[in-house]
Ligand binder design. Structure first.
Ligand code: BES
Ligand code: ZN
Ligand code: ZN
Length: 498
C-alpha cells in the first residue's frame, strides 16, 4: 500500500522532485505555487499551459519532464468543476488525486517520493485527493513472479503554511480506514476460488477480530439444525463445507440500540450447478462473493474508524458446484422461514443463500434495517451496465438515503421498480415459490423473491453484478475488483451517526 503523509510546503520540495500541482479551474494562474513554479521555469509553464489549452478542470493534465535541473517531473492536474458538473466536490477531488497518481505512474519514476502541491483553497479537501491516489494505486500481483511494483510508493501532500495539519490528519485517518476496507474487499474478490473458498474466507474474517469485531460462525451442522435448507441446498454439490459468518460491531453509546444489518452473498464460485453455466466467462464467477466482500470491508472500516453505531454483517459462504450430490432442477427445499422453494434453476442460487440469511438476521438480531449486497443477476448488467448498481427496496426513505449516499461516495445506485404483479410470477405449482420466473424483468423477480423473506423490516437489495468487477480502469479504480459498496455503505452509516 502506498504511504501518504502531510507536511507544509517549502522551497526545498522543488529540488529533485516529482511534483503534481493541483489546479482548481481557470483561477489557478493566480495561485502562488503556480506562480512560484512558473518563475522557477522562467515563464515556460505559462507557455505550456497556453499551448496545451490547459484550463484546470478535472480530467485534464499537463506534464513537463525534467523542466529544470532540480525538478524531475512536473504535472499540472485539473481539479476544477466542469460546467454543470453533477459530481460532488469531494468526488471531483478524489478523481484528481487518482489522475495525479496515474500521471506519475505512467512517467515511471522509480524509488522517488512524489509531492502533491495543494493550493490554498483546497487545503480542507486534501485528504480526498490523497484517498483518490490511494484507491487508484491498488494492484493485485500476488501470483505474478515478476511483480509489477507500483510507483510512486510514497506521496507527501504539501499544504499551505496556514493549513491545519491536525485537522487534515484526523480526516485522513478516517479515509485511510476506508481505503483499507476497500483494499480488503478488492483482495477478497481478486483471489481465485481455489484459494478463497468458504473455509478460507471464514478464516480471513476471523483474522479481523483484533480490530474490535465479534465473529460468530454457523457451520453446516448449526445451519442444518436452524433449518437453513435453501442455503444448504446450494452448498450440497461442493466438497467445501459452507459457513454463515456473523460480524458484530458495537460502537453506539447505547449498546442495546438496534443494529443496522448488512448482508452479503458469498458464493465463492458459481458454476451454475446442474443448470451449468457456459464455459466462456465462467472464470469470472470467482467474483460471485462480491457482496460478502463489501460487507466484510465495510465492517472493518466501521471498526477501524470507531464509528458510533451498532452494526452487524452477515455473509453466507458457499460454493455452487456440480456433483453426484448436487441439487437438481425441480428439487424442493425448505427455508429457515418455513417457506418452501421449488429450485427450477440451480444457477439462481444467490437468492436461495440470501433467503435464509435475511429471515435469520431479522429474527435473531431485530435490526432497524437490512441492506443486502449481491452479484445477483446477469440481467442487471444488461439494464444498467457497469456504472450503476440496481437498488430495490420496500422503503422509499431508505432507498432515497442509499441513493444519496451513493452519489456522495461515488458509487452510484439506480432505483428499480417492484410490485405485486412481478411477485406473482414466482408462485410455484408445487411449493410456496419458485426461484425463477422467466427472463423479462428477471432482476426484479430476484428482488421480489428476497422480499418474501424480509417481513416488515426496512430492507434494500443492491444488485452489484455489474459493478463489482471492472473490465477497464476507471477513476479511482484499476482494472479488476472495485470493492463496490464499501464506500457507499460507509457514507450511509456516517450519515446516520450524527
Ligand atoms: N452469479 C450470477 C449472476 C452474475 C452474472 C453475476 C454476471 C456477475 C456477473 C447468478 O447466480 C446467476 O447465475 N443468475 C442467473 C439467474 C437466472 C438463472 C434466473 C442469471 O443472471 O443468468
Ligand atoms: Zn448463479
Ligand atoms: Zn451467483
Amino acid at each position: 500500500m502506498i504511504s501518504i503523509s502531510f507536511e507544509k510546503f517549502s522551497d526545498q520540495h522543488c529540488e529533485k522532485s516529482a511534483l503534481a500541482l493541483f489546479c482548481d479551474g481557470a483561477n489557478f494562474i493566480h495561485d502562488e505555487y503556480y506562480q512560484q513554479l512558473n518563475n522557477l521555469l522562467q515563464g515556460r509553464l505559462e507557455k505550456a499551459v497556453s499551448m496545451q489549452e490547459f484550463n484546470g478542470v478535472t480530467g485534464q493534465s499537463l506534464q513537463l519532464i525534467a523542466p529544470t535541473d532540480s525538478i524531475a517531473q512536473l504535472h499540472l492536474i485539473g481539479c476544477g468543476a466542469k460546467d454543470k458538473s453533477t459530481v460532488s466536490d469531494i468526488i471531483r477531488l478524489q478523481h484528481a488525486g487518482s489522475d495525479a497518481f496515474q500521471a506519475l505512474r505512467e512517467t515511471k519514476i522509480k524509488n522517488a517520493k512524489a509531492y502533491f502541491i495543494i493550493p490554498q483553497t483546497l487545503a480542507e479537501q486534501s485528504a480526498s485527493i490523497a484517498l483518490g491516489a490511494r484507491l487508484k494505486a491498488y494492484n493485485f500481483s500476488l501470483y505474478q513472479s515478476d511483480k509489477k511494483e507500483i510507483y510512486p510508493q510514497e506521496i507527501s501532500i504539501l499544504l499551505p503554511q496556514n493549513a491545519s495539519l491536525t485537522q487534515i490528519e484526523a480526516q485522513w485517518a478516517e479515509f485511510e480506514a476506508l481505503s483499507e476496507g476497500v483494499y480488503l474487499a478488492r483482495n477478497l474478490v481478486s483471489e481465485p476460488a481455489n484459494v478463497l473458498y468458504p473455509e478460507s474466507f471464514r478464516a480471513r474474517i476471523e483474522a479481523l477480530e483484533p480490530l474490535g469485531l465479534e465473529i460468530d460462525v454457523l457451520d453446516r451442522a448449526a445451519m442444518a439444525s436452524l433449518g437453513f435448507g435453501a442455503l444448504l441446498g446450494v452448498a450440497q454439490g461442493s466438497n467445501k463445507p459452507p459457513y454463515t459468518v456473523i460480524i458484530r460491531y458495537q460502537g453506539a453509546t447505547d449498546k442495546d440500540e438496534a443494529p443496522l444489518a448488512f448482508i452479503g452473498k458469498g458464493v465463492t464460485f458459481d458454476s451454475g450447478g446442474i443448470s451449468i453455466k457456459p464455459a466462456a466467462g465462467m472464470e469470472d464467477m470467482k467474483t460471485d462473493m462480491g457482496g460478502a466482500a463489501a460487507v466484510v470491508g465495510l465492517m472493518s472500516v466501521l471498526a477501524r474508524r470507531k464509528a458510533k453505531i451498532n452494526a452487524i454483517g452477515v455473509v453466507g459462504l458457499v460454493e455452487n458446484m456440480v456433483s453426484g450430490d448436487a441439487q437438481r432442477p425441480g428439487d424442493v427445499v425448505k427455508s429457515y422461514s418455513g417457506l418452501t422453494i421449488e429450485v427450477q434453476n440451480t444457477d439462481a442460487e444467490g437468492r436461495l443463500v440470501l433467503a435464509d440469511l435475511l429471515s435469520y438476521t431479522k429474527d435473531k438480531y431485530a435490526p432497524s434495517l437490512m441492506v443486502n449486497l449481491a452479484t445477483l443477476t446477469g440481467a442487471i448488467v444488461v439494464a444498467l451496465g457497469t456504472d450503476y448498481a440496481g437498488l430495490f427496496s420496500n422503503d422509499s426513505t431508505l432507498s432515497t438515503e442509499l441513493k444519496q449516499a451513493g452519489e456522495k461516495a461515488g458509487e452510484k445506485l439506480w432505483p428499480m421498480p417492484m410490485g405485486e404483479s412481478y411477485n406473482r410470477r414466482i408462485d410455484s405449482d408445487i411449493a410456496d415459490m419458485k426461484n425463477i420466473g422467466g427472463r423479462p424483468g428477471s432482476s426484479i423477480l430476484a428482488a421480489e423473491f428476497l422480499k418474501r423473506f424480509v417481513g416488515d423490516t426496512s430492507w434494500a437489495h443492491l444488485d452489484i453484478a455489474g459493478t463489482a468487477w471492472c473490465d477497464k480502469a476507471g477513476p479511482c479504480i484499476p482494472k479488476g475488483a472495485s470493492g463496490f459498496g464499501v464506500q457507499l455503505l460507509n457514507q450511509f452509516v456516517a450519515d446516520r451517526e450524527h
